[in-house]
Design a protein around this ligand. Structure first.
Ligand code: FES
Length: 355
């Protein structure tokens, strides 16, 4: 039998095969282990434990790595000064990031490898057993805790003064409510479906390049090309430009007409193989920005949803649940691409529709 350090209570070990006393069946407090503890394997000495030359070599490697790390850090600082960012030269951002990144990578890599090598080759490697200790406090500690609570209760009058106690509970429950109300106010005032169903597109609006706002002529959309498109006039809006763009952004692509598998009711929504689809992903609304010309697939980089342009942008992979909405287009008398109407369904995330 063993003594509990904390409470002085006697504990019975259950398994006599592991060095404990025999315990009658039915009184054991711990089940016998099905598998005997195999213990530690024999301790293998490292080469640095037995060969002083190897130890010195490892020491040299470690401090060399740490000095290499210093060189990397200094290089990063020098790169910051040698390759400043010039706002008028986008290439300067690339150089600045590249060289600072190289310096910091070298510093971190050398530091990390050095620390690991130090730990593995030079630091003491004898095994240590960390015994588990009971989590339960001693009887004395527990009794003292109860006593403290009782004193606190007595001195504060928490249990006695019920009006104060109950009003405190009411105050604590009411306190988070303003936050709930304020956060609620951040949501849209109007019905989200209605909000996402109306964009700047309307009959006759010209399709324009993003961001220049230059109208696009059908002849300029060559086979295999893809354009990022906004409604003409969006750039002239004084207020709400970003909000409108977030709903009205469109991708325009031209395929061979025979590659397009159009739905019967949308036969006249395209023009000579040119189709326009909402750029706002139907998963959670990221811009679907990548077009794979050979396969006619659009990829959303956020969660990898893929849409097949040749099959009315149906989802072929990823978490999006519905096709990208199509914008019906036509050509005006001057050969510019125009919208036939607004989208016929809400753009963007489809979770609104499930509620
Ligand atoms: S937002 Fe496009 S896949 Fe998630």
């Amino acid at each position: 039998m063993a003594k509990d350090d904390n409470g002085g209570k006697e504990l019975a070990a259950a398994d006599s095969s592991h060095g404990g006393p025999d315990v009658p069946v039915g009184t054991a407090v711990v089940t016998r282990d099905a598998i005997a503890n195999p213990g530690f394997p024999p301790h293998d000495l490292r080469v640095t434990d037995v060969d002083p030359k190897a130890e010195r070599r490892a020491e040299r490697t470690v401090y060399t790595l740490f000095y290499v790390s210093v060189v990397g850090s200094v290089f990063a600082i020098a790169a910051y000064m040698a390759f400043p960012i010039n706002p008028e030269d986008p290439g300067s951002v690339r150089e600045n990031n590249l060289f600072i990144g190289l310096g910091l990578s070298l510093a971190l890599l050398a530091l990390g490898i050095g620390i690991v090598h130090w730990g593995k080759a030079l630091m003491s490697n004898h095994e240590v057993i960390d015994e588990r200790h009971p989590v339960r406090g001693s009887e004395e500690t527990r009794a003292r805790a109860v006593e403290i609570f009782e004193i606190a209760n007595e001195e504060s009058g928490f249990g006695r003064r019920t009006l104060i106690r109950n009003s405190l509970f009411a105050a604590l429950i009411a306190f988070p409510l303003p936050a709930v109300v304020l956060f609620r106010g951040l949501g849209p005032d109007t019905d989200p479906i209605e909000l996402l169903s109306q964009t700047m597109w309307k009959k006759g609006t010209r399709l324009a390049m993003d961001p220049s706002g230059t109208p696009i002529r059908a002849v300029d959309v060559t086979l295999g090309s893809a354009f990022h498109v906004i409604p003409e006039g969006l750039q002239d809006l004084e207020y709400g430009k970003l909000e409108e763009k977030a709903k009205a952004a469109v991708l325009l692509m031209r395929l061979k007409p025979e590659d397009l598998n159009e739905l019967p009711e949308r036969k006249d929504w395209s023009y000579d193989g040119i189709v326009a689809y909402s750029k706002i992903c139907t998963h959670v609304g990221c811009p679907v920005a990548l077009y794979e010309q050979q396969t006619h697939h659009l990829l959303c980089p956020c969660h990898q949803s893929q849409f097949d342009v040749s099959n009315h942008c149906e989802v072929i992979f990823g978490p999006a649940k519905r096709p990208l909405p199509q914008l019906p287009i036509a050509v005006d008398a001057e050969g510019y691409l125009i919208a036939q109407s607004d989208f016929t369904e809400p753009v963007g995330p489809s979770f609104w529709e499930r509620s």
